[in-house]
Structure formats: C-alpha cells, structure tokens
Design a protein around this ligand. Sequence first.
Ligand code: ZN
Ligand code: ZN
Length: 271
Amino acid sequence: MISIRFLGTGGARFVVARQIRASGGMWFRFEGSGGSTQIHVDPGPGALVRATSALPPCEPLELDALILSHKHLDHSGDINAMIEAMTHGGWRRRGALLAPRDAFEGEPVIFPYAAKFVAQRHILTERSAPYRVNDVAIETSIRHKHGVETYGLHFTFEGTTVSYLPCGKFFEGLIEDYRAHAPDLLIVNVLRYRDAMKVDHLTFDEARMVIAGVRPKVAVMTHFGTKMLERNPNRLAAELEDELGLRVLAAYDGWLLDATTEIEAVAAALR
Ligand SMILES: [Zn+2]
Ligand SMILES: [Zn+2]
C-alpha cells in the first residue's frame, strides 16, 4: 500500500513567504509484506512542524530516507531540522539522505555536520540506476532545466510506480523520460497558470502536455503559485480530467492520498 501525505502544496516565493499554502513537502509511506518504509521528499520551510502536527503524526524517528529534488529553499528549508529529527538530534546515526551534489557542496543547504548524522548519503545524478531504500527502488529522471541541479524521482514498490516531477522549464525530453517509466501515479509541480515570462517552471498548459504525453492512471498537481491558486486548482483538475480522460487531482495541505486505492479504482474502471 502506498500513501502520500502532502505536508505542503505551495510553490513560488510569495506563496511560501506568506504561507498561503504550506511548504512541508511530501511524506511517502510504502507498506508491504516486508514492513513499512517512510520517505520524506522536499522538506521546505515548516516541514518539521507540519509533520509532527499531522493527524496521525508523521514521526521523523521512523523515517527511512530524506530526499531533495533540488536545493531551492521551498524544497530544502527544513532539511537540517529534519535530519536532526530523523537521527534523534544526531544521537542515533540512521536513515538515508539523497540529494544532488550541489546541495552538499559549494554553497550547501545541507550542513556538513548534519549530513554526518545520517547513516547513508547518496548523491543523485541524472537517470541513475535504482537506489534502494528497503523494498523501494528509486530512480532519478533526466536532469530538469531549473537553474540548480534538479532531478525527478521514480519510486517503484511492489509493481507500482509513482513518479514525482519537480520544478523546471518545459522541454520534450521530460515527456519521454517520464513516459518511459510508465508511472501509475504522476505528481507534477504546476507553479504557474499561464504567462509570457520565460521562467524555469511549468505552466498549467505545459503540465497538461506532460500529463497527456505520459498518461499515468492518476495525475496529481501540486506546488502552486499565486496565479494557479486564483484559478482554483480543483476546477482546473476536473477540467483536465474530462479533457484527457484520466484521473486528475489537485493536492491540498494536509491531504492524505491513498495512492493504491486511487490507482486500483482507475485500473478497475478500465477492465
Ligand atoms: Zn519549487
Ligand atoms: Zn526550484
């Protein structure tokens, strides 16, 4: 069983700075015959507070891994706090930490002292071979076009694939890469609605192209900027669902997505 708790669904500077939507990232739970694996992805500002105040709480001491798709603040603001929480303030060396090289080096967002608390550190590279956290295999995507080193993540667990497409500019290679992994569920960061500015983020129209090209059973939009929020992400998701003929959902703060049930419902309807 796979579930995802959205500890934050906001993106972009204004939404995060004013906490119009929270920015705590996503907490994945993979539960199977071999036990449970918990992975927290992109712990932005407030992640630790959002995790511990969720109902039921997301317990940092039970985390198996922390992952950064990239080092921008809205994805990494609480990474050091989360490392300390996962390792009992550094007293219990445990867990895994996966991030691109530039999150560790140069102008690091992961403090070197904190990185040492983690049992396994792994530098993400483009289209990596599977990295294993218990029974979960994690592969990275093609490098996103996004200023700093940025990779998407393809999680495979007991025959189900969940892909996370973080921030970045649209290019054709994105569709090819994500389609090649045939995700059952695709989470897409859709920061902007529509604009002429050439920024390093997907607009809603580009997200539509990606979702239409990848054709997951279920697509989830998240990481919204102001213009997306003004347009009502739920309404946009419903429109996209009708247009593309696949399940499309808009994430909201605190949402616990039962990914397995959503995927199975779509699969049953197709049979
Ligand atoms: Zn972002
Ligand atoms: Zn970014």
